[in-house]
Design a protein around this ligand. Structure first.
Ligand code: SAM
Length: 246
């Protein structure tokens, strides 16, 4: 019998999920950055800034930014630590292409590598990076536990894991308003701007399926990480999870 997993609120065979997720991001790649600003009213920029503030990249740090898409996290790390070596890894060539074009436009050519790979099977050696970052990526992965084990494998001892992801809103009144916005308004913006209402409905559904702050922290610990810490952003609409490979 084939194992099933979720794709948004739908149940699909496990082997199908990566292809479906790839389809979503292929479809939205060219409008991805614009959509992020429209959907969040620019707030995703503040969340990403908070992620980099917590990471505090310095010197010639070697960073792997998984599900790095169009390079938003990598560019912010470079701005803070110009000597950093960054690999942007993503399963989707169309997203990486957008990122590479942005990098060329901004003259960011040195110390940046773009690599098409799956978070579950990283083509990097054991203990080879100082920091592993992933922003709004891990909820799209089929086997989150396997992606976390890979993060642990590639990090050097003492290395830092930092994940930015949508999470669970703790205040019921804010959660109710957020639900109305997410299920009714957001897919419509996706339909109008990215011409793809279904992909944005998947994004909303995938956010609701993702484990809450405490459950995700437990998964990180189960992968071997220690010193797991959580910071809520905007009432828990998003959260940062930080951990160390000891
Ligand atoms: N990190 C970027 C940001 O914050 O703007 C992009 C986030 S975007 C919402 C999610 C990204 O995850 C997409 O580029 C998608 O292709 C990538 N992705 C989905 N599944 C993946 C997987 N299994 N391995 C690596 N990347 C994956």
């Amino acid at each position: 019998m084939t194992n099933e997993t979720h794709f948004g609120f739908r149940s699909v065979p496990e082997g199908e999920k990566a292809r479906l997720v790839r389809g979503v991001f292929e479809s939205v790649a060219s409008r991805y950055d614009l959509m992020n600003d429209l959907m969040s009213g620019g707030v995703h920029r503040l969340w990403k800034a908070q992620m980099i503030d917590w990471l505090q990249p310095r010197g010639a740090i070697r960073v792997l930014d998984v599900a790095g898409g169009t390079g938003d996290i990598a560019f912010r790390i470079m701005d803070r630590a110009p000597q950093a070596e960054i690999v942007v890894a993503d399963i989707n060539a169309a997203m990486l292409e957008q990122g590479r074009n942005r990098a060329i436009d901004q003259g960011r050519l040195a110390r940046l590598t773009w690599a098409c790979m799956d978070a579950e099977r990283l083509a990097l050696s054991d203990r080879s990076v100082d920091a592993y970052t992933i922003a709004f990526g891990i909820r799209n992965v089929t086997h989150i536990d396997q992606a976390l084990r890979e993060a642990y494998r590639v990090l050097k001892p003492g290395g830092r894991f930092l994940c930015l992801e949508f999470s669970a809103v703790r205040n019921p009144a804010i959660a109710a308003a957020y639900d109305v916005y997410s299920f009714n308004v957001l897919p419509k913006i996706g339909g109008l701007v990215a011409k793809d209402e279904d992909s944005y409905r998947y994004l909303v559904e995938s956010i609701r399926r993702f484990p809450n702050q405490a459950d995700f922290a437990a998964m990180i610990e189960a992968a071997g990480f220690r010193n797991v810490q959580v910071r809520d952003l905007s009432f828990g609409i998003a959260a940062l999870h930080s951990a160390r490979r000891i």
